[in-house]
Design a protein around this ligand. Structure first.
Ligand code: NAD
Length: 262
C-alpha cells in the first residue's frame, strides 16, 4: 500500500471527485478526514471506507468559513495525530450568467467556496504538515480558466480556478524548504453531480459562442466524459512518494478536451 500510516484530508469528500479520492486513498492505507458541509453523502463516504476495512471520520464545515475550517482540521488532527496529505477539492459551479446580470454576491459565493476555501484548507493544515517535515497538497482546479475560456458566463468559476493555479505555485515555492509539495489537477468534463449542486445558469444563450462538437469533443474517448476515479488516480500519484520530485505544477486530465475546445 502506497499510503500506509498516512493521514489525508479531503474537502468535498461527500460526493464526486472528492468521494472517489477519499475511497482510493483509504484503499492505499491512508486514514481519511472528510471535510464537507453535507451530512448524508459524507456519512456514506465514511461508511463505505469502513466497510472496505479503512478508517475515516467526517467533520462538517463550510470551506469558506475560517472558524469552521480551523475547528474541523484541528479535530482531525486530534483524532489521527498527524496530517500528511491535503486534497483541496470542494467546489461549486456557482452562477453562470452574462456579466451585467451576474450579481456581486453571486461572484463572491463562487470565489469564497472555490478560492478562499482552498486558501483556508491549506492555511490551517500547513502547520501540521510541517510537523511531519514533508507532505503533499493537491488542489482541484479545472480546465476552465486554465486552458479553456470558451464557457462564456462561467466567469467567476473560471477566475476562481485560474487563481487556484497561481495559489498552488506561490505556496509550492514557499513550502518547498519544508519538503511539502503542492500541485494542482485540472479536470475536464467528469461525470459527477456538480451540475445539480449550487449551479445556476442564466441567459447563456445570449453570450455563448455557437460552436458545437457533435462528436469527438473529448478526442481521447469519442466524447465520453471522464470518471471521478480517473481524477482520484492522479491525486493518488501526486499524494504518493512516486511523485516525490514534482511540485508547483498543474496537470490537465481531460482526454484532450481543452486542446480542441480551448
Ligand atoms: P460535486 O458537487 O459532486 O462535489 C463537490 C463536493 O464539495 C460536495 O460533496 C459538496 O458538498 C462539497 N462542497 C461544495 N461546497 C462546499 C463548501 N462551501 N464547504 C464544504 N463542502 C462543500 O462536484 P465534483 O464534480 O466532484 O467537483 C469537485 C471539484 O472538481 C470542484 O472543485 C470542481 O470545480 C472540480 N471540477 C469538476 C469537474 C466536473 O466536470 N465534475 C470538472 C473540473 C473541475
Amino acid at each position: 500500500m502506497k499510503l500506509q500510516n498516512k493521514v489525508a484530508i479531503v474537502t468535498g469528500g461527500g460526493t464526486g471527485i472528492g468521494r472517489a479520492t477519499a475511497l482510493l486513498l483509504a484503499q492505499q492505507g491512508a486514514r481519511i478526514g472528510v471535510v464537507d458541509r453535507t451530512v448524508d453523502p459524507s456519512l456514506e463516504t465514511v461508511k463505505t471506507i469502513e466497510q472496505q476495512g479503512g478508517q475515516a471520520i467526517w467533520q462538517r464545515a463550510d470551506v469558506s468559513q475560517a472558524d469552521q475550517m480551523e475547528r474541523a482540521i484541528s479535530q482531525i488532527m486530534q483524532t489521527w495525530g498527524r496530517i500528511d496529505i491535503v486534497v483541496a477539492n470542494a467546489g461549486i459551479n456557482g452562477t453562470w450568467a452574462p456579466i451585467e446580470d451576474l450579481q456581486p454576491e453571486e461572484w463572491d459565493a463562487t470565489l469564497h467556496t472555490n478560492l478562499k476555501g482552498t486558501f483556508l484548507t491549506v492555511k490551517y493544515t500547513v502547520p501540521y504538515l510541517k510537523q511531519q517535515s514533508q507532505g503533499s497538497i493537491i488542489v482541484v482546479s479545472s480546465v476552465n480558466g486554465t486552458r479553456g475560456f470558451s464557457l462564456s458566463g462561467a466567469t467567476a468559476y473560471a477566475c476562481s480556478k485560474a487563481a487556484q493555479v497561481a495559489f498552488t505555485k506561490m505556496i509550492a515555492l514557499e513550502l518547498a524548504k519544508y519538503r511539502i509539495r503542492v500541485n494542482v489537477v485540472c479536470p475536464g468534463a467528469i461525470e459527477t453531480g456538480i451540475n445539480d449542486h449550487d449551479s445556476q445558469r442564466r441567459r447563456l444563450e445570449d453570450i455563448q459562442e455557437p460552436v458545437e462538437f457533435p462528436r469527438g469533443n473529448i478526442p481521447l474517448t469519442g466524447g465520453h466524459p471522464g470518471k471521478s476515479e480517473d481524477v482520484a488516480q492522479l491525486v493518488l500519484f501526486l499524494a504518493s512518494n512516486e511523485s516525490s520530485y514534482i511540485t508547483g505544477t498543474e496537470i490537465w486530465i481531460d482526454g484532450a478536451e481543452s486542446l480542441i475546445k480551448g
